[in-house]
Design a protein around this ligand. Sequence first.
Ligand SMILES: [Zn+2]
Length: 203
Amino acid sequence: MSDKVSMQMVSAVFSQHMCQKLGAVVIDKENSTIMQGAAIGFDVGRLFGLSGLPDGAYFNEHFATTLGPMIFMPKAIRNGDPLSYMSLLTHELEHVAQWKEKKIGMPWLYLTEPSMRASYEAQAFGGQLDLEHWFTGRLPTDLTHQLNSLASSYHLRPEDVKQAEAFMLSHLDTIKAGGHVSRSSLEAIVWLERNYPQLKGSF
Ligand SMILES: [Zn+2]
């Protein structure tokens, strides 16, 4: 049914609305002197489906990085599959909301406290699942892939991965019950319901 709506268009307008609403800006990662000059970032958000540790060019092509209100997004993702882009953007926007809530404290906690990292990431991943559930009507039955991704890419300790798993399972229950688990997924779904209700469950 989605042939009537250009998903590229939906994703472009979605991105514009979401960034305005959450006070964020998306920047091409490739063109950014910040990203070229520094190997820092309090988030390394990643797409589902990829595995392994990031390094060099791979990192720049496949990972989004969020610093405060700035989301550095690889062009390949921005111009790639619209659903994957909206999903990853929703993940990163939750980090912007987390940052706005805690300002200085959040990047510091994020970098120094693996257990805080686990909860921030679980919420951001949960928001992705929330959005994907809206589009597809499906939720993953097995979180192994997401948890492995957390463990390898975010340098979490085994006990933090356990904690992240508990958060994620609780987020899945919330989504199943019709709730929303992150500020960005709530905003995303309210906007989609208002503007493109016909896309719900259509993928
Ligand atoms: Zn993240």
